[in-house]
Structures are given as structure tokens and as C-alpha cells.
Write a protein that binds this ligand. Structure first.
Ligand SMILES: Nc1ncnc2c1ncn2[C@@H]1O[C@H](COP(=O)(O)OP(=O)(O)OP(=O)(O)O)[C@@H](O)[C@H]1O
Length: 299
């Protein structure tokens, strides 16, 4: 069932809601973002087709969240263009689903799991729920369907403040997918989860993109839980970036060039570990990011 409002139609969808082949879910052309004289990234060309997953990696302050803000229509580009489903980015679009790291309202109110999903259908707007009637029933069925698809039906009526981290992420995914978005933005959705829940949530996102063709932009500090699903890596560092398949970007040579200091990329049992060469003898961390402001780079 398509829930795209007439004012939300984008060229990637026909009037009946069916996908139009060949229109990218996301297209960034010559995209540049600078705060004053500080350039976070410049001349970024990135095309994400329906169903593709792109991991965005990089040290603190490299501009990952800022990229999400651009795609949510909250931050204008300094130069270049950004299109979602073939239409310019705009604030509040239901063509973009967003899984934030935290939703502060949830811990302080009696918001139920199904309310989070309803807000996704309504385009993230708070408002009075529909009262009983055919539209209410259709919406309720849709919410149940969405919660069922992520295995969250058992806690549909539970206050979200009582859910575990893994349960809450399932509900957020259902809410983010409620409007059948062309693009799903995930801001470190695995950060608060244990390994089992990380794997479950990553598999869930992968399953949904395969079923619905939703493209995914996945910001993370640790690529390992999603490595098997990643089509491209966008690695931001020191005002520059590298974009390509994981095997081409996650190499000692590429990251040493990007950071401007010696970096080693180690691979063990299918996992990728990035360490600065000077830390090679240090232990205790599975992923140690090199200095985020290497000498000679703008910061
Ligand atoms: N509105 C703004 N005006 C000026 N500087 C900003 C603004 N928003 C963010 N910054 C700065 O831009 C840099 C990039 O921030 P951003 O949050 O995008 O990085 P990040 O890669 O998501 O970092 P982290 O991994 O720590 O979340 C930071 O140094 C931040 O202080």
C-alpha cells in the first residue's frame, strides 16, 4: 500500500505509487559543505540506487551527521545539489526515513510503540490520532503490519520507555519505514546494542531494503556488523573523502592517504580493524581511529 501524499510524489514513483526504474534514490552532485572556512567535504558525487546500502565512516567531526542533516533538509549545501527520488531535498519529506541515535521524547513520556510508527506515517508530526472510523482502521492495520514486519507486534502497546535497546530499534525502524521512503538514513542505529541485537537489527535493515527497494545510508563507527551488506563505503576524514566498494576503500594505502598519517587496516575473521600504525602495539580496542586532525589537513 502506498502512502505517498500527492504533494510528496517524486519522479521515482508513478502516480499509483509503483517504482519508476532508473531514478536513483539519492543523487549528490558536486556537493560541498563548509562551515565558514572549514570545509567538511567538497565536490562529492554520490548516487545510491534503490536497494543499495552505503556505509558512511569517518572520525568524530568529519561531517557524517552533517551529511544526514543535509539530506533531511535541515542544512543547506554550500555548493552542489542533492536529490532524493529525483526531487530536490526538502525538509519534512516522507520520502526520507530517519532512524536517529536517540529520540529524547521517548524516555520522558508515555509514547507507545504504535505511536512512534504512527508518527512515521504522519511524516514525523505530532498531532491528535484519528478517531474511530474507516481511516482509523486502515491506519491501525498498517501500523500492525509494520510492527509485525520487524517482529515488534508483541510490544505494540508498550510505552517505549520500557523497551530494551534492541526492541526500541525495531520500533524505530518500523516508524522510519512507515511512509515507504526512497531513502532510509540510519545514524549509528547499532551503537547502544549488544552483538546479538546488532546482528538482528542489521539483518532487519538488510531484509527491508531487499523487500521494499529502500536505499540505505548507514552512518557508523564500526562497519563490521553491516560489512556483508555494504555496497559502497563513503569514508570522510580531514576535509576529504573516498568512495567505493569496501575492498577498495578499506585498505592501508587509501586510509593512510586520506588521514595523512600511517594507518593500518587489518582483517581478521572477516572483520576490518583500522588502527594508526603507532598504535599497533596497543591492545584493548577492536577499532581505534587514527588522529582525526592529521597534520597538514584542514580541520
Ligand atoms: N551548524 C554548525 N555550525 C558550525 N559548525 C558545525 C555546525 N554543525 C556541526 N559543526 C561542526 O562540524 C563538524 C562536523 O560535525 P558532524 O556532527 O557532522 O560530525 P560527525 O562526523 O557526525 O561527528 P561524530 O562522529 O562525532 O558524530 C564538527 O566539528 C562540528 O562541531
Amino acid at each position: 500500500m502506498s502512502l505517498i501524499r500527492p504533494d510528496e510524489r517524486t519522479p521515482d514513483r508513478a502516480a499509483d505509487g509503483r517504482p519508476v526504474p532508473g531514478v536513483p534514490a539519492l543523487e549528490l552532485s558536486g556537493a560541498t559543505l563548509a562551515y565558514g572556512s572549514r570545509v567538511l567535504w567538497s565536490d562529492l558525487d554520490l548516487t545510491i540506487s534503490a536497494g543499495q546500502l552505503v556505509a558512511v565512516l569517518g572520525p568524530n567531526g568529519s561531517g557524517k551527521t552533517s551529511l544526514m542533516r543535509v539530506l533531511l533538509g535541515l542544512q543547506p549545501l554550500t555548493a552542489g545539489s542533492a536529490k532524493i527520488g529525483g526531487a530536490p531535498v526538502r525538509r519534512g519529506s516522507t520520502r526520507v526515513g530517519y532512524i536517529p541515535q536517540k529520540v529524547s521524547v521517548e524516555s520522558t513520556t508515555m509514547v507507545r510503540a504504535r505511536d512512534v510508527v504512527r508518527m512515521g506515517i504522519d511524516g514525523h508530526r505530532w498531532g491528535l490520532p484519528l478517531s474511530f472510523g474507516p481511516r482509523w482502521r486502515r491506519q491501525r492495520d498498517r501500523i500492525d503490519e509494520l510492527l509485525g514486519a520487524v517482529g515488534a507486534d508483541a510490544f505494540a502497546d508498550a510505552p517505549v520507555s520500557m523497551l530494551s535497546g534492541g526492541e526500541l530499534q525495531r520500533v524505530r525502524i518500523a516508524g522510519a519505514l512507515a511512509s515507504d521512503p526512497a531513502l532510509l538514513l540510519c545514524d549509528e542505529p547499532l551503537a547502544a546494542l549488544d552483538l546479538r541485537h546488532q546482528q538482528e537489527v542489521a539483518a532487519l535493515i538488510d531484509e527491508r531494503r531487499q523487500l521494499s527497494g529502500t536505499a540505505v545510508l548507514f552512518v557508523t563507527h564500526d562497519v563490521n556488523p553491516v560489512l556483508e551488506y555494504v555496497d559502497q563505503v563513503l569514508y570522510l576524514a580531514g576535509g576529504r573523502f573516498r568512495l567505493g566498494p569496501p575492498d577498495e576503500v578499506l585498505t592501508s594505502e587509501v586510509l593512510t592517504d586520506l588521514y595523512g598519517v600511517p594507518v593500518e587496516v587489518l582483517r581478521a575473521k572477516g572483520r576490518v580493524i583500522v588502527v594508526s600504525s603507532s598504535d599497533l602495539n596497543a591492545s584493548g580496542h577492536h577499532h581505534h581511529e587514527p588522529n582525526q586532525h592529521p597534520p597538514g589537513r584542514s580541520s
